[in-house]
Design a protein around this ligand. Structure first.
Ligand SMILES: O=C1O[C@H](COP(=O)(O)O)[C@@H](O)[C@H](O)[C@H]1O
Length: 237
């Protein structure tokens, strides 16, 4: 592991194995959700797709919470049907919305429409009664510095990353990606009450180090925007 210096106020929750870190993250998320469920009628949980979150999803699904009052959604989604192996919703349904968590309400970012731009209105309608600020946000990161589907090469990035963006979701059509995508935008992601960045592998640590080395160039590595006080970074080899 490199001698990584995180920005001030960013907390390292590093562990020896992916399972250990997944359990620690599940504990932290469940604890936060339990507090919010005492304070509010509903709580929200935003998760990410990809390969990293699988053991976290399984651990969290076993937590004994009043899941019937939890709204679960993705930070981003590929614009594919749920029977497509690339669907993040499929991953969440099969691994997180199980056991105790089976009674959570899932709000899908994939709605009818040939493209995310076409389906945007339907996605906004799906999220219309979601309470803001979001409670828990668990992000991942790609080695190009994207998080959610805030890709450096997405033509929609300036809109989605604008602090004044009025839309909760944006289409994302980066040339680097095989599928068109939909993503939550910067304002709702920025304002989440609890944010974790969940990473696995030395390559992700190298990417994080690169991001930290030049924090001003946010549009080149959008994950930089999230490296702010309060963030907890969960990492394992
Ligand atoms: O494309 C995506 O990748 C990242 C990271 O994925 P991983 O396989 O390296 O864990 C993920 O955070 C993002 O939500 C997803 O759409």
């Amino acid at each position: 592991m490199s001698d990584l210096r995180l920005p001030e106020g960013v907390q390292a929750r590093f562990g020896e194995t992916p399972d250990e870190v997944a359990l620690n993250l599940a504990d932290a998320v469940a604890e936060f959700l339990a507090v919010r469920l005492k304070q509010a009628p509903r709580a929200s949980l935003v998760v990410s797709g990809g390969s990293t979150p699988l053991p976290f999803f399984k651990a969290l699904s076993d937590k004994n919470l009043d899941w019937s009052r939890v709204d679960v959604l993705l930070a981003d989604e590929r614009w594919v049907d749920e029977d497509d192996p690339a669907s993040n919703a499929r991953l969440v349904r099969g691994n997180l919305l199980q056991n105790h968590a089976a009674s959570a309400r899932f709000l899908s970012l994939k709605q009818p429409g040939a493209t995310p731009a076409e389906g945007l209105g339907a996605v906004k309608a799906e999220l219309a009664d979601l309470a803001l600020p979001l409670d828990v946000l668990v992000l991942g990161m790609g080695n190009d510095g994207h998080t959610a589907s805030l890709f450096p090469d997405a033509p929609e990035l300036a809109h989605a990353m604008s602090p004044e963006c009025q839309d909760i979701v944006s289409a994302a059509t980066p040339a680097s990606q095989p599928q068109k995508r939909i993503t939550l935008t910067w304002p709702p992601l920025r304002d989440a009450r609890f944010t974790a960045l969940h990473l696995k592998g030395e390559d992700k640590l190298d990417t994080l180090e690169k991001a930290i080395s030049d924090m001003d160039r946010v549009m080149e590595m959008p994950v930089r925007a999230f490296l702010k006080p309060g963030l907890q970074v969960f990492w394992s080899p």
